[in-house]
Structure formats: C-alpha cells, structure tokens
Design a protein around this ligand. Structure first.
Ligand SMILES: [Zn+2]
Ligand SMILES: [Zn+2]
Length: 234
C-alpha cells in the first residue's frame, strides 16, 4: 500500500488520538454548524448537526459526545440539544395527523359524514401513532431517557390544559364547529391521545401518567361531539 492510500484509509477509519487531520477538521466543521444552529435555535439543524457529529465520532462512548460538546460550546449546549430532539417532529405528518385522503379534509363525502375519518377531516399518522413526535426509537440511545422526560413534561402541560376546559362549553362548541375548527381540534385531541399512548406505555413501570385517564375520557368525548357535528345519511 502506498503512503497516500494508507493515509486515506487511516482518515476513513478515523484516529481517536487525533493523529489524522481530516476527521478532526470534519469534526470542527460539524461543531461550527452545531454552534450556528444553537444560536439560531432551529430544531431540525440542531438535530442534524448532532447526528453528523455522532457519525464522525462513532467510536466514542455514548454520552461522552455531549460532554465534549459542552466543553467546546458551553454548558447550555447539551440541554439545548436535548430540548431540540424532544421537540423534533414526525416527518410523515403535520402535528400528528394528515388530511383525510377520502374527503380531502372536508369531513364530507356527498354532503354526508366521511366514512373514513368519521367527519373529522383528518386521520391519525400511523408512523408516529399520531403523537406528532419523531419516534424515540429512531433517536441516539444516549438521548432517549432525557428526551422521554422532556416529552412527559410537555404532555403534562397539555393534559392540564384539557383538564382546565369547561367541558359543557367545550362540547357545545365542538358540536357547532366548522370544518377548519373541527380539523384543528381533532388534530390536537388525536395528538394528545397519541402522546399519552406512546409515553404511557413506557411510563407503566414508573406508574401511570397523572391525569391521563381523565384526559383520555375527555378527549374521546370531545372527538365524539366533533363527529356528531357532521350529518350522516340517516
Ligand atoms: Zn374523511
Ligand atoms: Zn406522524
């Protein structure tokens, strides 16, 4: 093997001691990209830059990369990265649902309730189970426990919001909702149910999510009222 070939293969392998310049330079570039993304506060570029760094440092122990980033970019960086991953969206839907493909979001087929979405105008995303979140299983392992905690905190706020709704008024307004409001409210409720579902499963070993049962009951009641607001053929 000639010297160039040997250098190339060394560069491809990467040198944990930093003996080769190319991987080090790539790392510095990716780090600079992460720094820019953190300043801009943009979720997707932050996640992408972290994943690039992780690919470049594939030999590193899980968790050690965050420490290295913290030393280079300051002690706010790890929390900002975890927060970005916790807010990362599912790429297959919009906030947990997609417009119904049968009625194109109107909730109606020939002036009557669409049989596919039951009038809601939206259907749950099967990829993220209508949580609207990028699946935890697709995330770097070292981030998952913290992302799960952050997502649980986000969900708690939404559960509180639903618990604070005066149900009589909310049901009455759901029964009168027009197509746009119906889609919006249905999306929020389906997403909330999806989030309870994806986090609740994991939460089982630490006890149930407080308020989740009552919230599920309320969400289903409101979804029922939304469905009833659309006329059926009979
Ligand atoms: Zn439909
Ligand atoms: Zn989705």
């Amino acid at each position: 093997m000639c010297a160039i070939e040997s250098n190339l293969s060394e560069a491809r392998r990467g040198d944990p001691a930093g003996g080769t310049e190319a991987p080090k330079r790539h790392f510095e570039l990716a780090l600079a990209e992460l720094a820019d993304a953190l300043v801009a506060g943009k979720t997707e570029p932050i996640c992408a830059a972290y994943l690039t760094l992780r690919r470049l440092e594939h030999g590193i122990e899980p968790g050690a990369l965050l420490g290295r980033i913290e030393r280079a970019l300051g002690d706010q960086a790890p929390a900002a990265i975890l927060s970005a991953f916790s807010r990362r969206h599912c790429f297959m839907c919009d906030r947990g649902t997609n417009p119904c493909h049968t009625c194109e979001g109107t909730g109606l087929v020939d002036r009557f309730r669409c049989p596919n979405c039951e009038g809601l105008g939206v259907e749950a995303c099967m990829f993220c189970l209508s949580s609207g979140w990028s699946p935890l299983e697709d995330m770097p392992e070292e981030l998952r426990p913290a992302v799960r905690r952050l997502r649980t905190a986000q969900l708690r706020k939404e559960l509180d919001r639903l618990a604070a709704l005066p149900m009589d008024r909310a049901l009455a307004s759901a029964r009168k909702a027009g197509p746009e409001k119906r889609r919006d409210l249905a999306t929020w409720l389906l997403r909330l149910l999806g989030r309870v579902n994806v986090l609740g499963n994991r939460q089982a070993e630490r006890g149930p999510l407080p308020g989740a049962e009552e919230a599920t009951r309320r969400a289903n009641q409101l979804l029922g009222a939304l469905r009833e607001s659309v006329p059926t053929q009979e």
